[in-house]
Design a protein around this ligand. Structure first.
Ligand SMILES: Nc1ncnc2c1ncn2[C@@H]1O[C@H](COP(=O)(O)OP(=O)(O)O)[C@@H](O)[C@H]1O
Ligand SMILES: [Mg+2]
Length: 318
């Protein structure tokens, strides 16, 4: 018996070295699940996010203010009462995807490749209308599974206008204040939805403000939030068509992205040139500004593609 005991002890000793690493990992994971206090590789740098937004996002005072304030306030709470859900709206090329990647980059230190930042693109992940039930099940499991391993997960749903109606409703329990998800604090998660829905109201107000001779910075969030919320609820192609998420007010903020004018396009062109070591080429900046299409026909105030076509135009004129 004594010999057998010694063998067992020896075996345990032998294994303990090689298993130490695995055990440490498992212990951490168990501790995280029980205590709810591990935040994955979360390295929030709120000052960095603010700085990036103010320096590198042009013409979007509402997005700058709302995103830095909402994210900052949310992260200050050790136990937030509900997750942060931001919905970005505005025309193509105005900076929506750019801001979502800034948030990811400044909260996880790494680029968007972090395993705790999950990006969904409907044409890629939810392409078929006849598969809605299937997608709902998958999405629910995916979100639940990821929240269980990391409470501070970030979920980004880009191009929501292409999301089949109904799919996003599986998020209702995760977005509300009452859901109890075993072993995790699901309220620490951040959700970002992105779509062009609501661009008409945003563009119209920005145009009217300009025609009235007022500054675009005079536009306030309250001037747009209700009409964007209404637009997404009533639009069949918004991803939120008749979704409970809207009347239950589960979106923390609707964030409007205003249409960009020529001076913003030229700033985008200048930045692009500087990145290529050609900061001095003011002639190219001017040429790009002149080559972009502007709307409306009458007045030509706003770029119809935002800054999206700028790199291609810079290539053309450089
Ligand atoms: N407001 C902006 N300020 C600075 N750069 C911008 C802005 N809007 C767009 N850009 C530039 O144009 C590119 C495309 O913008 P993106 O964020 O993808 O637009 P969308 O609103 O369609 O998601 C970005 O990578 C960025 O370089
Ligand atoms: Mg985009």
């Amino acid at each position: 018996m004594a010999a057998r005991g010694a063998v067992v002890a020896l075996f345990a000793l032998f294994c303990s070295g090689s298993l130490a690493l695995v055990q440490t990992f498992q212990m951490k994971s168990i501790y995280c699940k029980i205590s709810d206090s591990c935040d994955c590789d979360f390295k929030p740098d709120i000052r960095g996010l603010e700085w990036d937004l103010y320096r590198n996002l042009y013409g979007q005072h509402l997005a700058q203010d709302v995103v830095s304030e909402a994210v900052g306030d949310f992260l200050q709470k050790e136990n937030p009462e509900r997750p942060l859900a931001l919905s970005f709206h505005g025309a193509s090329g105005t900076g929506k995807t750019l801001v979502s990647s800034m948030v990811g980059r400044h909260l996880y230190g790494t680029a968007m490749s972090s395993p705790y930042i999950h990006q969904f693109i409907p044409t890629l992940h939810f392409p078929r209308l006849d598969q809605v039930q299937h997608y709902k099940l998958d999405l629910r499991r995916w979100v639940e599974g990821n929240l269980t391993s990391c409470a501070r997960s970030i979920f980004i749903f880009d191009e929501m206008e292409k999301m089949p109606p109904g799919v996003i409703d599986v998020l209702v329990p995760f977005l509300g204040p009452d859901y109890v998800l075993f072993q995790t604090n699901y309220r620490k998660a951040i959700y970002i939805f992105i779509s062009t829905v609501g661009e008409e109201v945003i563009n119209e107000l920005t145009l009217n403000t300009r025609l009235a001779g007022r500054e675009r910075e005079d536009i306030r969030l309250q001037d747009l939030e209700a009409s964007i919320s209404q637009a997404v609820y009533n639009n069949r192609n918004s991803g939120f068509y008749q979704s409970q998420i809207i009347p239950e007010k589960l979106i923390t903020h609707f964030v409007p992205f205003l249409p960009l004018s020529r001076r913003h396009v030229e700033r985008c062109a200048l930045r692009e040139l500087c990145q290529r070591g050609e900061c001095h080429r003011k002639d190219v900046v001017e040429a790009v500004g002149g080559a972009v299409n502007y709307t409306p026909q009458d007045g030509q105030h706003f770029s119809s593609t935002g800054c999206k076509s700028v790199p291609a135009k810079v290539n053309l004129f450089l």
